[in-house]
Design a protein around this ligand. Structure first.
Ligand code: AMP
Ligand code: MG
Length: 345
């Protein structure tokens, strides 16, 4: 199939909506990452998402809506608890996904057989216009091949899915750069299953007690069921082998400089670039600027592969405060949980 390349114009948004109404697949911009959208109420259309991405069928999808009223209008959830209303008031439209008990309209393909559904109201104006014009909520995981870094530009989507999807709509580079925060309200204590642009600190400010699932920062224990099925899979990995170093800034520069040369690169910060002369570098942004690091993360991982000859890329283990937790969560998965601890070696 030929993938149509659409722009952020009224005519092209209408074209994207038409494809979606017809059961097709469209890569759409959101403020987090590009999503691969299909009509969330059409199980057959949604099955196409899994085929195009090579996504395991047991990994459920997020349903994207244009208004909070869509939840009731389309019978997406059984009820909307007060906590959900509070979160929606503070963080929607925006990078927060809320898990609720699912309503009758949700096909099994979307929820992967669970009795819950993940819902988000995105902030990107083009995303909301496409949902409105399509006249239906859209199921949309990240628009990458399963396992590779998520796409933050339309070019990334084309790299992975050209010829496998009906269209991509270019709405510019994504603002946040990492996927939404996922919080479940289907447990006794609201629990973060995936960190993102809305921070745990902000969620606690809204709800009081909020837990963080242990699989956010640690490898899922053998034999334990994943609260969020996506957490058990290898994710976000470039072709190069990502190795994380737990160390000071000086140790990082020393360690990587010693090994710099053929086949090696550093995923570093602006302040490191000068000291790492002689090593291939890709900078995530300034040290301590976690928003910038999140924004640049996936593009940087793809850039490392763009060098063509990088076998190993070293990065510092990020801090876990604020949006840093989202960067930590993605990088530790990209590294297959491989961390070299220089502080205790
Ligand atoms: P992605 O579509 O790539 O942004 O990934 C969506 C994430 O949300 C995956 O980790 C899913 O496992 C998770 N997710 C979606 N729906 C549910 C649900 N009902 N319960 C738990 N996790 C979910
Ligand atoms: Mg994904």
């Amino acid at each position: 199939m030929t993938t149509e390349y659409l722009r952020d114009t009224p005519a092209d948004i209408e074209r994207a909506a038409e494809i979606l109404r017809g059961g097709g697949l469209v890569g759409i911009p959101t403020e987090t990452v590009y999503g691969l959208a299909a009509n969330a109420l059409n199980g057959e259309a949604v099955a196409g998402i899994f085929r195009a991405k090579g996504r395991p069928m047991d990994n459920p999808l997020i349903v994207h809506i244009a208004e909070i009223d869509d939840i009731q209008r389309f019978s997406l959830a059984r009820e909307i608890p007060d906590a959900a209303r509070e979160l929606a008031k503070r963080f929607w439209p925006g990078p927060l996904t809320i898990i609720l008990r699912k309503g009758d309209a949700i096909p099994d393909e979307v929820s992967a057989g669970l009795d819950t559904v993940a819902i988000r109201l995105p902030a990107h104006p083009a995303a909301r216009r496409i949902i409105r014009e399509a006249g239906t909520p859209l199921a949309a995981p990240s628009a990458n091949l399963s396992g590779s870094p998520s796409p933050t530009t339309a070019a990334h989507v084309m790299n992975d899915l050209n010829g496998k999807i009906d269209a991509v709509l270019d709405g510019g580079a994504c603002d946040v750069g990492v996927e939404s925060t996922v919080i479940t309200l289907a447990t006794d204590i609201p629990t973060v299953l995936r960190p993102g642009g809305v921070t745990v600190e902000q969620l606690r400010g809204a709800l009081g007690e909020v837990a963080v699932d242990s699989a956010v920062l640690h490898k899922l224990e053998e034999g334990r069921a994943a609260a969020s099925p996506g957490m058990k899979y290898k994710h976000y990995a470039p072709k190069a082998n990502v190795v994380l170093l737990k160390c000071t800034d000086e140790e990082f520069i020393g360690y990587v400089s010693e090994r710099g040369g053929r086949g090696v690169a550093a995923l570093c910060c602006d302040e490191d670039v000068e000291a790492l002369r002689g090593v291939k570098t890709v900078s995530l942004g300034k040290r301590g600027d976690y928003e910038a690091q999140a924004h640049n993360l996936f593009d940087s991982l793809r850039r490392v592969d763009g060098y063509g000859d990088v076998v190993t890329v070293y990065a510092r283990l990020p801090h876990t405060d604020g949006v840093g937790m989202a960067v930590y969560n993605r990088l530790i998965r990209a590294a297959g949980f491989e961390v070299i601890d220089l502080e205790n070696s």
